[in-house]
Ligand binder design. Structure first.
Ligand SMILES: C[S@@+](CC[C@H](N)C(=O)[O-])C[C@H]1O[C@@H](n2cnc3c(N)ncnc32)[C@H](O)[C@@H]1O
Length: 314
């Protein structure tokens, strides 16, 4: 069985073991080209770099660089929640790492916590929540869409998360969370179209001083959620998490150097419409490598607002 949250002998999460038959690996070509593959002896992976035999992968550590019949290569990475989020099949809009990492931290989720989530969607957030609460905590996640719940359950099973996540079909806006969770929950996360309808039930489930988070793409949803939160929550705050990633490249320039007789370097070549390549003999040049940093054009913009509230102790 593939284990996304494998525990080592010290009960710590670890992928420090060889790849085996049935494991899910992330076949990584580059940061924007990767996919999840189930290791199956007798199967092959064919891509633009050639043909890879799964049987060659068994016994290698996660992180290995493996070669095709044409000496092309890919990396076999561990299916961490971070990478799973990038390769999972999108059945809904999903949460991405900037929001996920921020909300797990702000919800104060640590190993052993019990977390309620709705809706489950594609299970992107649930997967990270499971790792955060492992090995002794639990995520109870609810979606009213049967097929989505069932597909998410299958993914969690495939990734060895079943002992950490329970998926149930339930209309959380209409019915609230089940009574059995009342007063027992360390954190609640809502990704629902009308989250304010679920806030009263969530407040009954949270332990005193515990935190709720609601994700909404529109500010009007945030306003309504905040109005409801004010009835029983304090420290209500809303964030938009934006991350800017950079491309770092080496750029070769021709640098002009002073003459040996000490005469000064003239104006820069471009001012005289002359590139380094066309510098005259008397203008000495030397190769110079600079590192260029440029924000990526593809950086993700607005995804949604994260609103947090802390349950007031009366
Ligand atoms: C945007 S998706 C959640 C994505 C998820 N956070 C992720 O990272 O993969 C919203 C989900 O809420 C579910 N949903 C909408 N209304 C609901 C309700 N009243 N009760 C339970 N689930 C609901 C939808 O079926 C959908 O799967």
């Amino acid at each position: 069985m593939a284990m996304m949250v494998p525990l080592d002998s010290a009960n710590k999460i670890s992928f420090n073991r060889p790849i085996s038959d049935g494991d899910t690996v992330i076949v990584y070509e580059r940061h924007d080209s990767m996919r999840a593959v189930k290791v199956t002896p007798g199967s092959d992976l064919q891509n633009r770099f050639g043909l890879f035999k799964h049987s060659d992968w068994i016994g290698k550590p996660f992180g290995s660089k493996v070669f095709s019949n044409k000496r092309g290569f890919v990396f076999l990475l561990a299916p961490t929640p971070e990478l799973w989020t990038l390769v999972l099949s999108h059945r809904t809009q999903i949460l991405y790492l900037p929001d996920i990492s921020f909300l797990i931290s702000y919800l104060e989720i640590v190993p052993g916590c019990v977390v309620l989530e709705s809706g489950t969607g594609s299970g992107s957030l649930s997967t990270s929540l499971a790792r955060a609460v492992a090995p002794s905590g639990h995520v109870f996640t609810f979606d009213f869409h049967e097929q989505r719940a069932s597909s998410a359950r299958a993914d969690f099973e495939r990734n060895g998360l079943s002992s950490l996540i329970t998926v149930s079909v339930r209309d959380i806006q209409g019915e609230g969370f089940p009574e059995e969770h009342e007063g027992r929950v360390d954190a609640v996360f809502l990704d629902l179209p009308q989250p304010w309808l679920a806030v009263p039930s969530a407040s009954k489930c949270l332990k005193p001083d515990a935190v709720l988070c609601s994700f909404s793409p529109c500010i009007e949803q945030v306003q309504r959620t905040c109005e409801t939160l004010r009835q029983s929550f304090s420290d209500i705050r809303t964030f938009e998490v934006l991350v800017r990633s950079y491309e770092i490249r080496e750029q070769h320039f021709a640098k002009r150097v002073p003459e040996e007789d000490g005469s000064p370097v003239g104006p820069p070549p471009q001012k005289r419409k002359q590139s380094a390549l066309t510098a005259t003999k008397s203008e000495k040049t030397e190769s110079n490598i600079s590192v260029m940093a440029k924000p990526c054009n593809t950086a993700r913009g607005h995804t949604g607002y994260l609103t947090f509230g802390r349950l007031t102790v009366l």
